[in-house]
Design a protein around this ligand. Structure first.
Ligand code: SF4
Length: 650
C-alpha cells in the first residue's frame, strides 16, 4: 500500500515547523522537501494508527523528520513511544544531541530516557565483592574503577576508559543481581536507570534491547519485561531488524556458561554436594565442548553430530539440579538457600537449552559456532523471524515507523516487508536531496575478467592505478573478503604516491580519522566499512567495490534460509541472495555523497552487474546517476571537478 499523501489535521503544525520555525531558529538548518514529506507520512501513521515503512535517501534528515511528529503526538496525548536504533552511537546522538537541539527551538515538556541493557551498567555490589576478594584485579585498576564509580552520574560503563571489556564484564550488572536484598539498592545505577525508563514517555533504546524485551515477555508469559508498555514504535536503521531478531532469538549454550555454573555449585560442596561428582560433571562439560573444536573456526550444521552426544552432560546437569534441590539449609542460611534456588533455575534453563538444540525442531536450525578461542557455542536459530516480529512486536503497537536509507531493493519493499513481517504496512519512498546526476558518476569497467578468475585482482590493481591517479587518491576501496583486500593492498603498495590505509592496522575510528586528515589517502576495508562510514568532503571522492557483496553461502543459518525458500517453490537466489546483495551494494554506494557539495565516482569492478540477467535488478537499487564504462569519462569527471557528471543512462 502506498502512502497517499492525504493531509491530516496536524499537518499545519508539522509544516509550520519545517518551513518556518526550524529555518528561522535552528542555526545552519537546511530545508529539505523530503524531510517534510517523511514528517507528514509519520504524522499520518500516528493519527491513523498504522504501520509505515519509509525509505529515506541519504541526507533527508530522517531523525528530525520523525522526532517532530512524535513530540507533537506525545505533547497531545498519553501514548508512550519507543525509538530503537541499530547502534548505541545513534541512540546516544538522538538523546544527547538531536533532542536537546530540537528542545531549544521547540520546548515540549516530554520525559525522555535512554534505555540500555543492564550489562552496560556498573553493579556496585559486584565491584565491592571484587575489591574485597581481590580476584583478577590490580590495585591500579581498583583505584581507577573506584574513582570513576565515585564521580559518575549514570554508572554507564561506556564512560570508563583504559580498562578491558573483560574486566568490566566482572563488574557489570548480570543475572546474579541480589535485588531486593542488595544493601546498595538505594544507589544502584541500573535500578535508577530502569526507574527513569519506566517514567519516560519517549524511550530511546537499541534494537537488541527492543527484541530482548519481547523475548523476556514471551519467556515469562508477560510477567516480566525489559521495557514498560508502549504504543508507538520507531525502528531506525530498520534494515538491521530481521538480522538482530535472528541473533536475539537464537538459543545458545556456551562452554563457559556451564563452567560458571559448576564453579557456582562448588559453593555448596561444604553443604553436602559431592565434590567428586562435580569434578565428573566438569570433565563431561570439557569433553563435550572440546568435541566441537576439531573442525576449525567455520560455523557448521549440527546435523552431522550424534544426537546422543549431549546425553552425559544432560544427565550431569539433571543430577546437579536434584542434588541442589535436596540440600537442607537452616534459618540462618536464607542467603544460601536463595542462591541455591537461583542456581537450580539456571541449571534447568541450561539443560533445557542444550536438549532443545539437540532436538530437531521445525523452523529452527541447530549449528556450531566453533570460534577461534577454543570455546565453541551451540546454537538453535529460527530460520525466519517474520512471524515472530509480526505477532510479538507489530501486532502489539498502535503505530510504527520503520525507516532506513536502504530498505527497497529492485524498486520495491517486498523483500524487507516479507522478512520483517510487515506485509500490510504503508510504504513511502523519500528521495535524497542530493542531485546524484550532477554529483556522481557510476563507473562499470567492461575489460576486467570474471571475479572468480585468478587474473581478477591483478587486473583490478592495474585499473585502480589509473583510477586513483585520476581521483588523486581520496578513495575508499571496499572488499568482500580479506583475501581480495590483501591482494590489492600488496599490488598497490609502491605504485601510487598516496598513503594506503588498511583495515586491521588500527581501530576503525582511528583509521577513519587518519583517512579524513590525510585528504589524498586511500583506505582499503571490508564488511563493517560498507555502512556507517560518514566522510563528507573531498577526502572521500571515489568509492570502489570489488565484487557484488553476496553473503557467504556456507553459513548454516543462511543455507537453511535458502533451503526453506526452495521447499516453498521459491527461487532462493532471487528471493534472498540478490535482495541482500542489493542492500549491501546500496550501502557501499551511499558512502560517497554525504552532502550537497560532495562529488565523486563509484566504481563496481564486478562485470556481472552488466553480464548477468540480475545485473539490472542491482543497478535499479542504486540512486539515479550517470553511468559510464569508459575510463576517459572518469578522468574527465575528476579533471572537471565542479562541473556536472558526464556519462549515459543505465
Ligand atoms: S541491586 Fe543488583 S545491580 Fe544493583 S548494585 Fe545491587 S546487586 Fe548490583
Amino acid at each position: 500500500m502506498q502512502d497517499t499523501g492525504k493531509m491530516s489535521m496536524p499537518a499545519d503544525l508539522i509544516s509550520h515547523m519545517f518551513t518556518s520555525v526550524l529555518p528561522q531558529e535552528w542555526l545552519g538548518y537546511e530545508a529539505r522537501p523530503g524531510q517534510l514529506q517523511l514528517a507528514m507520512a509519520v504524522s499520518r501513521a500516528l493519527d491513523q494508527s498504522h504501520l509505515l515503512v519509509a525509505e529515506a535517501g541519504t541526507g533527508t534528515g530522517k531523525t528530525l523528520a520523525y522526532l517532530v511528529p512524535l513530540l507533537r503526538d506525545l505533547d497531545a496525548g498519553s501514548r508512550r513511544v519507543v525509538v530503537a536504533t541499530a547502534t548505541i552511537a545513534l541512540q546516544e546522538q538522538i538523546f544527547a544531541k538531536d533532542l536537546p537541539q530540537l528542545a531549544q527551538v521547540w520546548p515540549v515538556a516530554v520525559k525522555v530516557a535512554l534505555a540500555k541493557g543492564k550489562s552496560q551498567y556498573l553493579c556496585r555490589w559486584r565491584l565491592g565483592q571484587m575489591v574485597q576478594l581481590g580476584l583478577g584485579i590490580s590495585p591500579r585498576e581498583v583505584d581507577h574503577l573506584l574513582g570513576w564509580a565515585h564521580q559518575t552520574q549514570t554508572g554507564d560503563l561506556n564512560e570508563v576508559e583504559g580498562l578491558s571489556r573483560n574486566l568490566l564484564g566482572h563488574v557489570c550488572v548480570d543475572d546474579g543481581c541480589i535485588y531486593p536484598r542488595c544493601p546498595l539498592e538505594e544507589n544502584c545505577f541500573w535500578l535508577q536507570a530502569r526507574r527513569r525508563v519506566w517514567q519516560a514517555q519517549l524511550i530511546i533504546c537499541n534494537q537488541h534491547l527492543l527484541l530482548s524485551d519481547i523475548q523476556v515477555r514471551q519467556q515469562t508469559g508477560g510477567q516480566s519485561s525489559v521495557l514498560p508498555e508502549y504504543q508507538v514504535l520507531v525502528v531506525d536503521e530498520a534494515h538491521h531488524l530481521p538480522g538482530v531478531a535472528s541473533e536475539i532469538l537464537t538459543i545458545r549454550a556456551e562452554a563457559r556458561k556451564v563452567g560458571w555454573l559448576i564453579l557456582e555449585a562448588r559453593r555448596f560442596s561444604g553443604h553436602g554436594l559431592a565434590r567428586g561428582k562435580l569434578q565428573e560433571l566438569e570433565a563431561a562439560n570439557q569433553q563435550f565442548f572440546a568435541s566441537f573444536c576439531s573442525r576449525g573456526t567455520e560455523a557448521y550444521l549440527l546435523d552431522s553430530v550424534n544426537p546422543n552426544q549431549a546425553d552425559d552432560l544432560l544427565d550431569g546437569l539433571q543430577w546437579l539440579w536434584e542434588e541442589l534441590d535436596s540440600l537442607v539449609f537452616g534459618d540462618a542460611e536464607a542467603d544460601l538457600s536463595e542462591r541455591r534456588e537461583r542456581l537450580k533455575e539456571q541449571v534447568e534453563n541450561l539443560r533445557q537449552t542444550i536438549a532443545f538444540i539437540f532436538t530437531s525442531t521445525p523452523g529452527y536450525v541447530s549449528w556450531v559456532e566453533a570460534g577461534g578461542n577454543g570455546l565453541p557455542s551451540l546454537n538453535a536459530t529460527p530460520i525466519a523471524v517474520a512471524e515472530h516480529l509480526r505477532h510479538h512486536l507489530f501486532n502489539s503497537v498502535e503505530a510504527a515507523l520503520l525507516t532506513s536509507a536502504t530498505l527497497a531493493t529492485g524498486g520495491n519493499f517486498d523483500y524487507f516487508k516479507q522478512n520483517a513481517g510487515l506485509e500490510t504496512a504503508v510504504e513511502v519512498v523519500v528521495p535524497s536531496p542530493f542531485d546524484f546526476r550532477r554529483q556522481c558518476l557510476l563507473y562499470l569497467p567492461r575489460n576486467l575478467p570474471e571475479p572468480e578468475s585468478h587474473d581478477f585482482y591483478p587486473q583490478m590493481v592495474e585499473l585502480l592505478v589509473d583510477i586513483l591517479e585520476a581521483s588523486r587518491g581520496r578513495a575508499l576501496l571496499l572488499f568482500t573478503s580479506f583475501r581480495g583486500l590483501t591482494a590489492v593492498f600488496n599490488g598497490l603498495s609502491g605504485r601510487i604516491p598516496y598513503h594506503l590505509l588498511r583495515q586491521g592496522d588500527g581501530a576503525k575510528a582511528s583509521l577513519l580519522e587518519a583517512f579524513r586528515q590525510d585528504v589524498h589517502s586511500v583506505l582499503l576495508a571490508t564488511a563493517s566499512f560498507w555502512e556507517g562510514v560518514d566522510v563528507p568532503g573531498p577526502a572521500l571522492s571515489c568509492v570502489v567495490m570489488d565484487r557484488i557483496p553476496f553473503a557467504v553461502p556456507t553459513h548454516p543459518v543462511y543455507q537453511a534460509r535458502l533451503a526453506a525458500h526452495r521447499q516453498q517453490g521459491k527461487d532462493p537466489f532471487w528471493q534472498v541472495s540478490l535482495p541482500e546483495a542489493a542492500i549491501k551494494l546500496k550501502q557501499g554506494f551511499g558512502r560517497l555523497i554525504r552532502s550537497r557539495q560532495d562529488r565523486g565516482v563509484v566504481a563496481i569492478m564486478d562485470r556481472r552487474v552488466f553480464s548477468r540477467s540480475y545485473g539490472n535488478f542491482l543497478l535499479a537499487s542504486l540512486p539515479d546517476c550517470a553511468v559510464t564504462s569508459a575510463l576517459e569519462d572518469v578522468r574527465a569527471f575528476f579533471a572537471g571537478e565542479g562541473g556536472p557528471a558526464t556519462g549515459g543512462d543505465r
